[in-house]
Design a protein around this ligand. Sequence first.
Ligand SMILES: Nc1ncnc2c1ncn2[C@@H]1O[C@H](COP(=O)(O)OP(=O)(O)O)[C@@H](O)[C@H]1O
Ligand SMILES: [Mg+2]
Length: 831
Amino acid sequence: MRAAYDASPVNFVIGAVFLPSTNLTVPTTSGKTDLYQYTILANHTAYAFESYMDTRYATAQAYIERAAINLRRKANNKPALSSPLPLKVDPGTADSGAGRTFISYANFVGVSSSINQSLNAYYVIFCFQAVWLGVLSILVVEKKKGIRAAMSMMGMSRNSYLISIWVMQNIQNLATCALMVFILFVGKIFTHTNAFIVWLLLVLFSFNATAFGTIASVFIPDPKKTNTVSFLILIFTVGGYGICAAFVFGGTSVLTPTKETLVFLLPSVALGRAINYITGIEAALGGVTFENITTGPCGKALWMMAIDCLIFYFLAWYIDAVVPTRTSSGLPLDFFLRPSYWGIGHYRGATGSGTAMRGPAKPLDLSRPHGDARHHGDMYEQADVSHIPAEDRGIIQVQGLRKNYSTGPGWGYKIPFFGIFFRIFYPPNSERTNGPFSGVQKNEVVAGLDLEVHRNEIMGFLGHNGAGKTTSLSMIMGMINPTSGSIVVNGHLLPGSSGVSRRDMDMRTLEEVQKQMGICPQHDVLFETLTAWETMQLYASIKGVVVLGRKSSYNDPPSKHKELLEEYLDHLLDDVYLKEKKHERVSTYSGGMKRKLSVALAFLGDPKVVLLDEPTTGMDIFSKKQIWQLMQDSKAGRAILLTTHSMEEADALSDRIAILSKGELQTLGSSLFLKNRFGVGYHLSFEKRRVMLADQIQKQEFQSTSLLDDSESAAAATGGVVLFNEERTTAIVKQHFPDATIDVNTVTDITYVLPTTGTAEQRQGRTAQEYIESKKAALPGLFSQLDQEIAANRLGVKSVGLALTTLEEVFISLQEQEEAEILAKGGDAKK
Ligand SMILES: Nc1ncnc2c1ncn2[C@@H]1O[C@H](COP(=O)(O)OP(=O)(O)O)[C@@H](O)[C@H]1O
Ligand SMILES: [Mg+2]
């Protein structure tokens, strides 16, 4: 060493002098303690400005001791430990030590790297925010847009839906984690550890993150809140690790197994601890491999995260099922313990007693008084159902259906500080009608609705905006639970109906019912990125539509089925006039075209019950007629419930019409009945002899012009033109209908209204029906007199027309009646 220094003092850096007693040969006997004694000599002139710990002393010591250890390891057939310090220069030359830059900062475990080390764990956990954010936004957006509800109505089970989301997300996760591992290892953050172990750790955590996202999505109604909530999950996961790091494993690096298992139930703690450990080991120039995996927390972290996966996926699946949303009423809390949920056992219909509600249901008695006294039988048509075969009656039956919503958030949300958390994790929901989280004011949207739709019938469901049509339809679809009342669809009592205990409910009921139902919701629920053709195919496969031709059977090859199915879908799209556009994306469609596709979807797969909520809104008149044709043609064998704001449509299609007002059935009957009962009566119109012309004739201006028609010129020739005699005509009309009024009076026409309904005073105790009959009896007399008068050419009338009131007038008159009643009630209240 002296020689080396003397030869070149500048090049001499450091040296070790072993004391003569030190035995540097390989020890042969294991168990014997070896004593190494040495002195480190360093070139102070060149490098002496650091403390012992920070300089080459420590470095040299580390190398000498590593060498001694390796001697021992070699003797015991163990692989040698690598160099104690990371290489800073070209590894080719570094082995010899020549050209090595001096590392002045010894990277000892537990001395100066602990901040780096624990930050690593936090960074890694942070990276996964994207995973739950991804899941969260897909689920919340699809929930908000109603896509999920629509798919479940179409027969997609909740499980398939969740699994599809999970599989998609987790496949992405595998790739993302691989990328992260690549960065960790290429960036030399980890070098010695087995990359596969790190990847497994990350993947297992990302799987858990997917489950977190699903759980959170259940409580978020609005996609706008996903970022906030995702941040909260981050705080929760990182915070969980942070708290454990600070208080549970604090300074000690060894935990009792029980404690460790408990804290590892939180996947972020398991991951954080494992990453922390790996970082530490790496700093000590070791690594976690499959050989030593059991010594640190990594092995346990791996299997505990696998267990966490089971727990969190189960929780996600369970919470998603039981928490009610806007569009689905949650399953009972013990749903997964029931055999029927798993399809075990015989399908029992909807009631415990089995057959009680199955088969032909009893017809409802619609003539009984409803809620309010003003609802007496008088308002409903006494429909004769005797001609309808019993099995065709009451395909849809609704009895005493009510739905309450509460308004405004409850007082629970006003609690300082906690209220904010309640708002985020337990958002205000108008469905809650009691408890601290429900608003006070009850909002009765559907108030005791009774309805019955038979097979082969279209029932028109009318009402002003906000009358509760959509809400009623949603309850019949099984998308929301009624507050009270019962619904029977095709012999199945729907879950949520009063009188069925949730205990006895067969879990398959809703699914069974929805299989037989086709719906067109008020707002289009379509995948914007798919074409009409793809949408139809997607839903056909979800619904499991199989088309059998006349000569085909289930045993045909799949290609045959596919061909038939495509032909069928083609026909269906043709029926709604979308055939030319079928290969264009839905996002390029106009509102009317989307409606058409929704209607086609409602009729897909031959449903026995079809619910259409304003199907023709926004359609051009030509398409409208086409859809009407489709509905008329599809009526056979089905019960169709149709809401619309087009009176023409209701009139043209509906066999019976129900008019809803403020959640109550105002009236129910055929179009003719409604017109008779609530219309203004008849419109009697006369075409007048042209008055202008007659004046001109008198002035001798157009004596022989061709402007006069035959009869007029003939009359003119004889000098006997009779102008329209309004006085005389009105007198004759009034003679038969004393309360007739003139509706329109133009130069060419005059229209009288012949009221038939009359007010309560006019009826004098007779029922409305009797009164109408008595008024109608006056018509023949009126017409025979008019005939005589016209034949005698005394009235100056060219033609006569009689028309029944329009449905529009019925609707308006009912509205006016309703408003008058409200006014009257308000007046009473003030008194
Ligand atoms: N989730 C809800 N929370 C509170 N009120 C609701 C909710 N859904 C509907 N409503 C109210 O119910 C009434 C009826 O709505 P709807 O059934 O959509 O009427 P429409 O007859 O026009 O289809 C409206 O006044 C609406 O504000
Ligand atoms: Mg509506």
